[in-house]
Design a protein around this ligand. Structure first.
Ligand code: DOR
Length: 441
């Protein structure tokens, strides 16, 4: 009381986890400098330091989301950079990649610059993914060089895949020259068009047109062939089938530069959720049967999957409350990703630090945000490193109340469900932006 604010922050009593392993340690942060000053036990800290209690918690490099739809510009009724980044910080994220399927799309430098500017005020780092093609129309390449000059490292037409193999080949050739990564939404429209859920026993019973697993797998196979041909890097977004992961595993065994992500919802929910025709469970790619869910979990444990990414896809109630065939696909993810992934991957024996690898340091590397690549995300938690941290309680239980989420939208599939694992604190550039589960501004 009345003591001078020393500008220090102490994260006290937790277990520090990063790519180097786990150890009991306090973490002392220089708030003004935004860096970690010391990591260890019994460190003398100036009186007046701000203390974040971390007893029973994991102190990790902040989570990094490769795939969030923050909807700005143009769809602010669903989400904004401000509301989405607040949801991210509350979910333990210190960086999110925001997707370019906005209105206008992020397919030129002026739009990208505006979004990056909005991100400067956000509660976490906001990184832009640029579109691969102009208007995401799949025909002419976007000015990838101009976007790369602004620091854009990931390019995607997400929401749809690039249908034309020749266009994708040229995009990969450009990407290789620029040293950037293409991220593909793998879905062949000639197979998927008109489908509202996974094509299988459940869709037949319900009489709902489906999206077959092959719609995803043919594009994964095609793009692996194009990576082989061009020598470029490719990241596969939200893979959802056992067959896709077999293709990725084989490509990796061959030494091709491909990486893959899965979402928390595809790790936990099956197409059976659609029995009530509830559009909340409509998502692209669609929820798949239990055999695929199991294969996704095992592929995470086997190291075939590199990242768990949210595909946080807010939609306003007036859009999502319509009939199944008219509702847009997508569900919220940022505030629930860590506990959902922890629960699903715990089923195949993955411990919390292994789940954090998929949600922090591995995605940081894919996005080019990792420390070794000149970035400030993904740790390690050592003296001198950027202080982007989250403090996670793996045992805390909480029940999801859609009205209490930071997102402008409410389309969470986890409403009323009790999750195990909670975000206690988030530190962004040395600032405690979430303390005891509350956003600080
Ligand atoms: O479910 C989805 N929703 N999948 C996507 O690929 C796009 C996203 C959206 O933008 O709503």
């Amino acid at each position: 009381m009345g003591e001078r604010d020393t500008g220090m922050l102490v994260v006290r009593g937790g277990t520090v986890v990063d790519a180097g392993g786990s150890r009991r340690a306090d973490v002392v942060v220089d708030r003004a400098g935004g860096t970690v000053m010391a990591v260890g036990l019994g460190i003398d800290t100036p009186t007046g330091s701000t203390v974040l209690e971390a007893g029973g918690c994991l102190v990790s490099p902040g989570l990094v989301d490769l795939h969030a739809h923050l909807r700005q510009p143009g769809m602010e009724e669903a989400e904004t950079i401000d509301s989405g980044s607040r949801a991210a910080a509350l979910g333990g994220y210190t960086a999110v990649v925001t997707m370019p399927n906005t209105d206008p799309p992020i397919d030129d430098a002026a739009v990208a610059r505006d979004v990056l500017k909005l991100g400067e005020q956000a509660l976490c780092r906001v990184v832009v993914a640029g579109a691969i093609t102009v208007g995401r129309a799949g025909e002419r390449l976007a000015p990838m060089g101009e976007l790369a000059a602004l620091g854009v490292r990931l390019f995607t037409d997400d929401g749809t895949g690039v249908q034309d193999a020749g266009v994708m080949r040229r995009a990969l050739e450009y990407a290789r020259g620029l040293g950037v990564t293409l991220a593909q939404h793998c879905e062949d429209q000639s197979l998927a068009g008109g489908g509202h859920m996974h094509e299988g026993a459940c869709s037949s019973r319900l009489g709902v047109p489906g999206v077959p697993a092959a719609a995803e797998e043919v594009m994964v196979a095609r793009d692996i062939a194009l990576v082989r041909m061009t020598g470029a890097r490719m990241h596969f977004l939200h893979l959802s089938t056992a067959g896709s992961l077999r293709l990725v595993a084989a490509a990796r065994a061959e030494g091709l530069a491909v990486t893959a992500e899965v979402t928390p919802h595809h790790l936990e929910l099956t197409d059976d959720e659609l029995v009530g025709f509830d559009p909340l469970y409509k998502v692209s790619p669609p929820l798949r049967p239990a055999g695929d869910v199991d294969a996704l979990r095992r592929a995470c444990a086997a190291g075939v999957v590199d990242a768990v990414a949210t595909d946080h896809a807010p939609h306003p109630p007036e859009a999502k409350d319509g009939p199944l065939d008219q509702a847009p696909p997508g569900m919220l993810g940022l505030q629930t990703a860590w506990p959902v992934a922890l629960g699903a991957l715990g089923e195949v024996g993955m411990a919390p630090p292994q789940v954090l690898a998929l949600m922090s340091w591995q995605p940081a590397r894919i996005a080019g945000l990792h420390t070794g690549g000149g970035g400030d995300q993904g740790g390690p938690v050592v003296a001198g490193a950027a202080a982007n941290l989250c403090v996670l309680d793996p045992a805390a239980r909480w029940t999801v109340d859609p009205g209490a989420l930071a997102s402008r939208s409410r389309n969470t599939p986890w409403a009323g469900r009790t999750l195990v694992g909670a975000v206690r604190h988030t530190v962004h550039r040395g600032e405690p932006v979430v303390v005891d589960g509350e956003a600080q501004r």
